[in-house]
Design a protein around this ligand. Structure first.
Ligand code: S3P
Length: 428
């Protein structure tokens, strides 16, 4: 379905964004592996988390949802059983990679597949460590691509140094390690999002962390828990940038997860000169949460690269729009991982910016934006089925001189089904 986005005046008011997608996936999976009931308040209603719930149910997990809470009757690893059909992870890389870790530890056959985008995304990064632990995994193109066929079994702990900064790979290994014999040691050069580690500690796992090293001694039992999922900073980022670039705006996003492994977008926007303030900072279920207030302000160009990249990897599409609205040259480097997301986000970002009349160019591991403090707009573009590209394009239209039409806007349902309602709320 196509939508036209144009200047609607300033954005003003308060809102809550959808629940954190990463934490929601993990609450469903860990709750199913625990012993006893887990209750999840405010789970994400996006398509990706629905994929995880459906796949876990096919694996035998008892998950009951009503509007307010999701209840999971966990029966431990042994409570799972061989699925009668293939598991369809839809568009969700997190579902596929985390479930590969779960399936690797089970003595039965699991087949994981996904949509066209997911079947193009790299899977060797999970196949390699899980095979080292003792699982038998095959996939297309020499086990680099899904569908993945997994015959799990008796696993042993491994020592593994992550080759890419990926929380999905780290989490897949940790999930398998829960049911493996002996210690698993994971080292990462840059600390990727650490929700799995935080949640495992809350659930009583034998896990220790020391800077870049994580140790988990298996097999270990998890206790069921009550979770309250905070708002997703990756969804909040669209309004943070929108309010920063549209004159006269002032927006308060309530109850946002501000885990330091996720909040690089705040650092970068502040460095660009955005007026952002965190209020009501607190800890909920082991995760830092705050309300974020942002006001319109002129933005400066910025260069980002190195260790901050994993903490804002999903926010780079919307940061590119902020860069277009800054006067001067901005650059992103060390972000080659963007090419392996729901789309090749480096190519997509540069292509949508160019269509909007903003000068930008690809580099192998990032891109350069020659911002002129304005976005001409007056274009029609496809988001390539990528939810974050679609929402970044929508926000560009709010600040552009002429409208921006996004052809396949319905893909925002992956993470933010209520995006248009929230836009209406802030612009009415
Ligand atoms: C996620 C980790 C990130 C992120 C993705 C969600 C997670 O991917 O891009 O949207 O929930 O673990 P990688 O771990 O592959 O970098």
């Amino acid at each position: 379905m196509e939508f036209e986005f144009k200047s609607l005046g300033s954005l003003r008011g308060e809102l809550k964004v959808p629940a954190d997608k990463s934490i929601s996936h993990r609450a469903v999976i860990l709750g199913s592996l625990a012993k006893g009931e887990s209750v999840v308040h405010n789970i994400s209603w996006g398509e990706d988390v629905k994929s995880t719930i459906r796949c876990m149910q096919q694996l035998g997990a008892e998950i009951v949802q009503d509007k307010e809470v999701t209840r999971i009757r966990g029966k431990g690893f042994d409570g799972l059983s061989e699925p009668k059909d293939v598991l369809n992870c839809g568009n969700s890389g997190t579902t596929m990679r985390l479930l590969a870790g779960v399936a690797a530890a089970r003595p039965f056959l699991t087949v994981l597949t996904g949509d066209e985008s997911l079947r193009r995304r790299p899977m060797a990064r999970v196949v390699e460590p899980l095979s080292m632990m003792g699982a038998i995994i095959c996939g297309r193109e020499n086990s680099r691509l899904a569908p993945l066929v997994i015959r799990g079994g008796e696993l042993r702990g491994i020592e593994y140094h992550l080759k890419v900064a990926s929380a999905q790979v780290k989490s897949a290994i940790l999930l398998a390690a829960l049911d493996a014999e002996g210690e698993t040691i994971i080292r990462e050069n840059i600390i990727s999002r650490d929700h799995t580690e935080r949640m495992l500690l809350e659930m009583g796992a034998n896990l220790e962390r020391d800077q870049n090293e994580i140790r988990l001694r298996g097999p270990c039992e998890l206790d069921g828990r009550e979770w309250r999922v905070p708002g997703d900073i990756s969804s909040a980022a669209f309004w943070l940038v929108a309010a920063a670039i549209v004159p006269g705006s002032e927006v308060l996003v309530r109850d946002v997860g501000v885990n330091p492994t996720r909040s690089g977008v705040l650092t970068v926007l502040k460095n660009m000169g955005a007026e952002i303030r965190l209020e009501n900072y607190r800890t909920v279920g082991g995760e830092p949460v705050a309300d974020i207030l942002v006001k319109h302000s002129g933005l400066q160009p910025v260069e980002i690269g190195g260790s901050i990249i994993p903490s804002l990897i999903d926010e780079i599409p919307i940061l590119a729009i902020a860069m277009a609205m800054a006067s001067g040259t901005s650059a992103v480097s060390d972000a080659g991982e963007l090419r392996t997301k729901e789309s090749d986000r480096i190519a997509m970002i540069v292509s949508i910016l160019n269509r909007m009349g903003v000068e930008a160019a690809e580099t192998p591991d990032g891109f350069i934006v020659h911002g002129q403090g304005k976005i001409p707009g007056n274009c029609r573009l496809s988001a390539g089925g990528d939810h974050r590209i679609a929402m970044a394009s929508a926000v560009s239209g709010l600040a552009a001189e002429m409208p921006v039409t996004v052809e396949d806007f319905n893909c925002v349902g992956i993470s933010y089904p209520t995006f248009l309602q929230d836009l209406r709320h802030l612009t009415e």
